[in-house]
Design a binder for this molecule. Sequence first.
Ligand code: GDP
Ligand code: MG
Length: 284
Amino acid sequence: KNPIKVALIGNPNVGKTSVFNQLTGLNQQVGNYPGITVEKKQGACKLCDSTKAKVIDLPGTYSLNASSIDENVVIELLLNKNDEDFPDVAVVVTDVENLKRNLLLFTQIKDLEIPTILVINMADRMKLKGIELDIPTLEKELKTKIALVSSRKKTGIEELKNLIFNFKSLSTEPCLSASSIDPEYFDKLRRAFPNQLLYKLWLVITQDVNFLNLERNEIKNTFTKSHADLKRLQQKETIKRYQFINDTLKIGYKIDIAKATDIRAKIDRVLTHKIFGYLIFFGI
Ligand code: GDP
Ligand code: MG
């Protein structure tokens, strides 16, 4: 039987390699700085007596709006169904403390309609940071199965293996449809290429990667607007995605700001106090 092909995807430093090591029993180098996984690494994971998974640890990437070689590796793999490593299931690894930022990439992967599992890693830090998750709500809103994992404490790994084993039952539904970014523009795209995934076409238009070679020039010639227009559409995409993520986390995620290490959250808090302080001081 062929092994189930699993791709580990996620921002730098979320614990992809740590999860990879737990799944495969290998000992790839783990680091607390970005860019340590510079190429695809692979290993085998035994799911049960008759089934194995082939796990690929990909370099860290912030989004599918590629700007570095690392990110191109991920995009080229995910867009090329003929690649021998094209995953049966994409496992998107996130850090429970940075879920908001990490979910941007997750929503993009979901738009490629690949069976996807969301791993929320570093579960061991939740108590310390005052984080509470409503997993059923998050699963429903994000249209995904979630494995809450601590690769440090080795918890949640069996649940993750189970989800991988049952990958055929995973949802391939997108979180939010690409066409909501700019309905008029995407309608035209859909009419011109009715058999292609919209978000895939969008990546062909905006990214400099090699796939869909036959149609690539045709697509580009017909649909490339000015550079400024494309930038504006990309910004709209990011805003739409963060709106969706914010709405989702509002109902499924709680963090105690006093315990957060997120510098921006702390600065916000200090500034708010300062401003209120001045208002009171000046008797406003
Ligand atoms: P990658 O860049 O996504 O491959 O992340 P790594 O696996 O290299 O891990 C990044 C850092 O996070 C390392 O210092 C790990 O020791 C740490 N780390 C990974 N998983 C966990 C976890 O479950 N809990 C805690 N507390 N730290 C973790
Ligand atoms: Mg790594």
